[in-house]
Design a protein around this ligand. Structure first.
Ligand code: CMX
Length: 140
């Protein structure tokens, strides 16, 4: 797949408002975007570090993926997202290699990216996201 970089690390939190002071005041990062992704039942907050973002995930519905994750495992790292080119092609390669996909086709994620998730059962326990930013610098 040759990911170009880690696009973001998703961290499940009970409350973005409660987590913000650690990221802003202690780490000294700036939250540059807060966005709700309705179909994922989450509210997201983003911080940039180099080429990589931290994405805080607050559930908006206990039955959503982050709500269920926190209920089962508590707060913590929820997923790692790799930036790839030609996401559709990467998904077909993964499928051919017998990898269990959650999303068999790209869909729209936060910040206008095309995204697809790979099941943690195929990735040694780490929920893995692939994302493509068709407007990213390295593709221009
Ligand atoms: N990381 C690692 N393992 C995870 C996990 C996670 N984030 N979420 C669930 N699992 C594990 C569970 O612990 C369980 O393991 P065991 O069978 O050993 O107990 C297994 O995966 C299946 O879990 P489940 O509870 O039976 O299934 P769920 O209904 O919770 O679905 C998953 C799990 C990963 C398929 C679902 O959460 C999903 O589709 N995630 C992708 C979408 C998503 O996470 N969106 C939120 C972020 C969106 C954004 O970034 O914008």
């Amino acid at each position: 797949m040759k990911p170009t970089h880690i696009e973001h690390i998703g961290i499940a939190v009970n409350s973005i408002a409660d987590a913000l002071p650690f990221y802003e005041k202690v780490l000294g990062l700036k939250c540059y975007n807060i966005e709700e992704v309705a179909d994922q039942k989450v509210k997201t907050a983003f911080f940039m570090i180099g080429q990589t973002k931290i994405e805080l995930l607050e559930s908006t519905d206990p039955e959503g993926p982050v709500g269920k994750f926190i209920e089962k495992r508590g707060e913590g790292i929820h997923h790692i997202a790799f930036a790839v080119d030609n996401l559709e092609e990467r998904l077909r390669e993964a499928e051919a290699a017998g990898i269990r996909l959650i999303d068999t086709a790209p869909r729209k994620g936060a910040e206008g990216l095309s995204i697809a998730f790979i099941h943690p059962k195929s990735t040694f326990g780490v929920l893995t996201e692939l994302c493509e930013d068709k407007n990213s610098e390295h593709k221009k």
